[in-house]
Design a protein around this ligand. Sequence first.
Ligand code: 5GP
Ligand code: ZN
Length: 114
Amino acid sequence: MAADCIFCKIAAGELPSEIVYSDDQVVAFKDIRPVAPVHILIIPRKHIPDLTAITEEDRELLGHIHLVAVEIARQMGLSERGFRIVNNCKEEGGQVVYHLHFHLLGGRQLRILG
Ligand code: 5GP
Ligand code: ZN
């Protein structure tokens, strides 16, 4: 756990959030400022600052995150309609919180870049 990381604190239950899924590797919770009817953030419990910091060791974890994303999408009724998974990487990618996370977006027609 990284000091002063809000997503580490959410994963540890030290900050409130609306958790929709949790296991020993991953936590998923509702984005505080949703941009779509479904807007879930899926994070590893492990503190990884951004996508460029992944290593070979994280291969299984990244696959697991995607399996969890699809399962949540299914539970939210999106698996037939479709959805989007987004990772914003570093400053020009629009990353604001430096704990790796994937946005699961859906429930409305999404455009090419939003
Ligand atoms: P980024 O731009 O880093 O990919 O996205 C960070 C996301 O985290 C934003 O969509 C923002 O609304 C969300 N967020 C920031 N702080 C909190 C928080 O304390 N709780 C929750 N649930 N979401 C947060
Ligand atoms: Zn963290």
